[in-house]
Structures are given as structure tokens and as C-alpha cells.
Design a protein around this ligand. Sequence first.
Ligand code: SF4
Length: 367
Amino acid sequence: MEYRKLGKTGLELSLLGLGGFHLLEIELDTVKEIVKRYLEAGGNYFETARSYGDGVSERKLSKVLPKEGIVVASKTESREKQSSEKDLLSSLKALGRDHIDILFLHAVTKNDYWEAISSSNGALKTVEWAKKEGLIRYVGITSHGYGGTLLKALKEYPFDLFMTQMNYYDRFNFPEIETKVIPYAVSNNIGIVAMKSLADGYLWRSVGNAFRYTKTIPVSCIVSGINSLDQLEEDLELIEKEPFSPEELEQLFFEAPELGNYVCRQCMKCLPCPQGINIPGLFLAEGRYDRQMLDGKVRSAADYALRDRLAHWFGSEDQGIEEYNSMSPGVDACTDCGICNERCPYVIDIPRKLGIVKSKITEGYVW
Ligand code: SF4
């Protein structure tokens, strides 16, 4: 198992981290087997949250984790001082520990949440108190989807680490994670923990590529939600794979079936539009709105159900609507001239997709 430094904390995390959410789904005996095998393989990072089954994930881990030699992280989704303090004390009790290594402020996806957290009665007060009392060693922040609030929070408070989605599908929906948040974290020595390498399961047919892609990013740890020994063995094998070279990445972006001829790669080659439409900007707004999941094509029921479930999983719709409404000229200026289609290397039917974006964002449906 490879170990990587976690920012300036002094901790070294195993590259494969064990996520605690999926421990809810399985019996305690299976949790024991998974944890035993993960430790044998050199794993040392366990991550859970108060909100995972209202402490059930923490309680299961308390029965199986060793007292020493590991890194334990939990999370509070409370924004206020009093409720986050209560969460932390409940987490410590459920985990059976007098302190944890990392407390994450969880799912800080909107500016409103960050304002509440950083207010005079916000959860940051709990963080400061808990550090002084020795209840936590380090503080992190997690976020899903749009990265604007995450970047703002990292700039306004000296977090030790952050965790967010990093996968080859959502990089085209939330590119600011890789173009802004990660460079900021690297230059300020903030620890980087990746989650959702499989885009919440959407990349389930391409797990090898998904792991290799996330390894290409300068992360300290890749957290995987593991609910069986077979899955752990597969992850242990995949975590050893080489990251992609730049040429291989280009090829992946061309060939990945999940991107196909619908997801915009933000290459800008369709510009300039004769009508002045910011085509990639509108498709980015669509990415924020529903992760470009619903494309109006009928496939299997299982595929549709997965896309429909994941489309609004991150809750960045408001950002998509705001960006869509800020575009002028908008979709209605399209004359269907087709020049953009000739330029798009990914064979996206751009006028059709523009129509879909408009219907989704203004009507709520693919029209
Ligand atoms: S050329 Fe195609 S992939 Fe590139 S920005 Fe335009 S629509 Fe997106």
C-alpha cells in the first residue's frame, strides 16, 4: 500500500481509504472481515459521519477498529455551534474514542451554509473548542458538486484538508475543482482527499479507468465506499494501477462510453458561434443543473433509473439556473446553422443539446 502525506498535518494516509457510508448496508460480521483485510493490506484511513444512519456507521466501526495506529475521521452536517458540538460528542461516544483525528464540516455546498458555519454562533466555534480540548486533531471540509463555496471556505479559514468528488465524468460538470480548488490546495499545502471516483456508481462499468483517473490527480487518499470483501480485493488491486499519461487521458475523454456523444468536454472548438452563443457555457450550466445525465435517449430501465437518481444528487441546480439565465445571447438565438456540429470533435449534436438544456432548465423536463 502506498502512503501519502496529508498536507501539513504530518499524517500519512494509505492511498486507499475506507468510506463508512456503505457499512450501513452490511452485517457487523462482514464489516469485521472487511476492516481486518483492509488493515492487513496496510490501510489506515477510516472515514464515517454522524449522519450515516444517525451514528450507525460510527457504532459499527467502534466494534472493529483498533485503538491505535489508524486515522479516524467523522463529520458533522450541523451548521451551528451548539448542534455541531452535540454531534461531535455523540460521534466520540458512538466510536468509543476520547478523540478523533479529523472532524469534517460536511456537505458545505452553498454559500448560505458557509456563512452560517463561519458566523459568530457557527460550527467553526465548535472546531476551535474541540481542538483546544484535544477532542479533534485536524479539521476538514467536504463538498459535492459546484466548487465555488468550497474554494471560498478554503480561502477564508485554514482548513487542514478537504474532500470532494474527483472523477472523469464530473470533471466536465464541475471543472473548477481541478482548475481552481486543487491548485489552491496544492500551493497552500492543504490535504486533498478524493471521493466518488465512480461518480456515485455511474462509472460502474469502468472501475479500472475510474481509479486510474483519480490517481492522476495529486490526492493524498482515495476514499472508496466498500460493502463486500470482493469489492475490497478489487479496490486493492486497482489502487496499484499507474495513473494516466496525458495521451491516455485524451484517449479516455474521447472513448469513455459514459461521456459518449452527449457530455461536453469544454474544449471550446465549437466557438465562435455565428450568433455569439456561449455554447460550452450553456452546457456547463447544464452540468451544474443535472450533471448532463438526462439526454432524452431511451436505454434500459436500470440505466435510466441510475441516471435519474444521480442527476440531482449534488444539489447544484440553483448554480446551473443562475449561470443559464446569465447567458446572453441564450439558446433562443440558435438558428440551427450546424457550423458548430462540424467543429465538435466529440460528434455532439449541439443544436439538439441546446434545446434539451433549455427544456430541462425552464420546464424541468427533457422536451
Ligand atoms: S466542441 Fe463540442 S465538446 Fe467542445 S466545447 Fe463545443 S460542444 Fe463542447
